[in-house]
Design a protein around this ligand. Structure first.
Ligand code: 6PG
Length: 486
């Protein structure tokens, strides 16, 4: 038996089921903002804990059973699911949908794969229910104090949900970090790409740290000072800020810099991989994100690393840093340039996803709702919004006048950093892959012409010519005559 009294029917503005940290923090955020919040958890102890510890923060309506939880909601009902992605989410959706009525709204605020969200949305639509996949970014802190929220689903469901979500989201310059992203899985799609960009940002920051460690022999604390300084300029962002904090932190047990006692194997829960897999399906080169995701895989390739360590030679040129200040300045510029490419690629993926799935996504608005609350929040996101305001159909973020000017200023430094790393055997997968992308996307001519010829040679895959319209094939094994195919 629960230690709380049964909640009345038809009272709560919104409900949250799943009282782990993210769910309870979201419920508390809603309650602190004046909403009447129904709460529920599979095991009642967690619901009790929220009531006992935070009951004074606002109006909570706890329930022990799912049926009571649903009954406590005002119609049309809004229930947010904050449970583990996959099977547990499906189980809760099934249970809720049995108890809900036409016009009610079920929100999945976890990190679900957008194709699952599309499937669930279609199934619930059949039953007359709205299903909203909402990306929520900002971790535990954000959920409590103001996350960035990316809701998909119908416009009708946003009319009911939007005002509540906008109120509890982070605000920047008085503007909420929440907007309706698009139909069905659009919200989770955008959150997925957000996480992919997060991977690229984190990796390239780590590459800059690695270069300062290996090339300058700087201790973690001093590198932390560099990041703290960078956080005052173009790179100002949450991830740079926490990097400085982490690097300044000392391990209590060993007295060593904290980062030096951490095993160098980065884990991943899958959203980076989803971003890359989806980009492959859509044919969008998100090379920075892909290399960042693979960098985590490389770090975790323990048998391979053990087989290689001390065996594979470096054969480096051992370039020395002659001027530390200009090396750090180069790194800052390279970091900014690599970051611009990662974002540009991420926005390409969102545009391609929108086209593929028929979503009307305002790219500038996506940058706007990422300015606060979320993990990739950064000063320069304002500039992305402005770029899409100048041209909503911008085919390449880097080709916007502001970003072209910005990246141009960084190129010599970026090249020096990548060349230095290569000469010294220091891995920089994001610095280098983003630079290669930059050089590829701006090239007058790519070696893809040769690839086409090779494909035609061994597989009669055909090609197009630079001088005449049409599709052609060469009879390679016969007289090498060219024939028009259409
Ligand atoms: C956020 C984060 C959040 C979480 C990631 C971490 O936006 O709040 O992205 O969703 O921290 O799932 O992902 P990995 O465990 O894969 O690094």
């Amino acid at each position: 038996m629960a230690s709380f009294a049964a909640s009345p029917a038809n009272v709560a503005d919104i409900g949250v089921t799943g009282m782990a940290v993210m769910g309870s923090n979201l419920a508390r955020n809603l309650a602190r903002n004046g909403f009447k919040v129904a709460i529920h958890n599979r095991s009642v102890a967690k619901t009790e804990k929220v009531v006992d510890s935070y009951g004074s923060e606002g109006e909570f309506y706890p329930s022990e059973s799912t049926a009571d939880f649903v009954a406590s909601l005002q119609k049309p009902r809004v229930a947010i699911i904050m449970v583990k992605a996959g099977g547990p989410t499906d189980a809760v959706i099934d249970e809720l949908s049995e108890l809900m009525e036409e016009g009610d709204i079920i929100v999945d605020a976890g990190n679900a794969l957008f194709t699952d969200t599309r499937r669930r949305e279609a199934a619930l639509r059949e039953k007359g229910l709205h299903f909203v996949g909402a990306g929520v970014s900002g971790g535990e802190e954000g959920a409590l104090n103001g996350p960035s929220i990316m809701p998909g689903g119908t416009v009708e469901s946003y009319d009911r949900l939007g005002p509540m979500f906008e109120k509890i989201s982070a605000h920047v310059d008085g503007v909420p970090c929440c907007t309706h992203v698009g139909a069905d899985g659009a919200g989770h799609f955008v959150k997925m790409v957000h996480n992919g960009i997060e991977y690229a940002d984190m990796q390239v920051i780590s590459e800059a740290y690695d270069l300062m460690t290996k090339a300058l022999g700087k201790p973690a604390g001093e590198i932390g000072d560099v990041f703290a300084e960078w956080n005052k300029g173009d790179l100002e962002s949450f991830l740079i800020e926490i990097t400085a904090e982490v690097l300044h932190h000392t391990d209590a047990t060993s007295g060593k810099p904290f980062v030096d006692v951490i095993l160098d194997r980065a884990a991943q829960k899958g959203t980076g991989a989803w971003t890359v897999q989806t980009a492959l399906d859509l044919g969008v080169p998100v090379t920075g994100i892909a290399e960042a995701t693979f960098a985590r895989s490389t770090s975790g390739s323990v048998p391979q690393r053990e087989a290689a360590r001390g065996v594979l030679p470096a054969e480096t040129q051992d370039l020395k840093v002659l001027d530390e200040a200009s090396f750090i300045d180069d790194l800052q510029k390279a970091l900014y340039a690599a970051k611009l490419v990662s974002y540009s690629q991420g926005f390409d993926e969102i545009a391609a996803g929108a086209k593929q799935y028929g979503w009307d996504i305002d790219l500038g608005a996506m940058a706007r709702i990422w300015r606060g609350g979320c993990i990739i929040r950064a000063k320069f996101l304002n500039r992305i919004t402005e770029a899409y305001e100048r041209n909503a159909a911008l085919p390449l973020l880097l080709a916007d006048e502001y970003f072209t000017a910005e990246i141009t200023k960084c190129i010599p430094a970026w090249r020096r950093v990548v060349a230095f790393a290569a000469a010294n055997g220091i891995p920089v997968p994001v610095f280098s892959s983003t630079l290669s992308y930059y050089d590829a996307v701006r090239a007058d001519r790519l070696p893809a012409a040769l690839v086409q010829a090779q494909r035609d040679f061994f597989g009669a895959h055909t090609y197009q010519r630079v001088d005449v319209e049409g599709t052609f094939h060469v009879e390679w094994s016969e007289d090498r005559r060219e024939s028009k195919q259409d």
